[in-house]
Design a protein. Structure first.
Length: 206
């Protein structure tokens, strides 16, 4: 099962993923936690450029994210899924649509097409959106990267974009109030995931 976690900066995704992975492992599932950008050697090099490098044109930024994603899917995510693992991914294709589309103003339809090409059509089984006021989220960040330093107007467009995408694909997205405690958020995610895993097992799928 492929599960992605999306949301504004400081929403608590990383903390939740760690707790969820521990719980699922205790229940006997094989779990892989990963992230975008930055998984694998190539991914880490791209992450350093994207988050800690100099300012760049939005199209340059876009293609770096897509390059990271293409490598990530083929070398990490698909092999793990083929082994029957539960893959928990901190950000995925939706972040590109939201940050480079709603945030930067690039064409949404074109971004979706490019994501499909980069991923080979791999879609998550479920996406948890940790929704949070960007002012609250950014205040939680002790260290800020290049994207964190964008204007508040940019981060507000990002939040609005995630909520709009959640409406657009309401069957896949599960919107969570990220003002809840980490434990509460983990429990909400686990309830949904265990239900999905049970139904997949009943259908004979991993």
């Amino acid at each position: 099962m492929f599960v992605t976690f999306e949301g504004p900066e400081g929403a608590g995704k990383t903390t939740a993923i760690k707790g969820i992975a521990e719980r699922l492992t205790a229940l006997g599932h094989q779990v892989l936690t990963t992230r975008e950008p930055g998984s694998g050697t190539i991914g880490q090099q791209i992450r350093n450029i994207l988050l800690h490098g100099e300012a760049m044109h939005p199209r340059c930024e876009l293609f770096l994210f897509l390059a990271d994603r293409a490598n990530h899917v083929e070398t990490i995510i698909r092999p793990a899924l083929a082994e029957g693992k539960v893959v928990l991914c901190d950000r995925y294709a939706d972040s590109t649509v939201v940050y480079q589309g709603y945030g930067r103003g690039l064409d949404l339809a074109q971004l979706r097409e490019l994501n499909t090409f980069a991923t080979g059509g791999l879609q998550p089984d479920v996406t948890f959106l940790f929704d949070l006021d960007p002012e609250v989220g950014l205040a939680r960040q002790s260290e800020k990267d290049r994207l964190d330093e964008e204007s508040m107007a940019f981060h507000e467009r990002v939040r609005a974009g995630f909520l709009e995408e959640a409406k657009r694909d309401s069957l896949r997205y599960k919107v969570l109030d990220a003002t809840h405690t980490p434990k509460e958020l983990q429990e909400q995610c686990l309830t949904e995931m265990i239900s999905l895993l049970s139904s997949r097992s009943a259908d004979g799928r991993s």
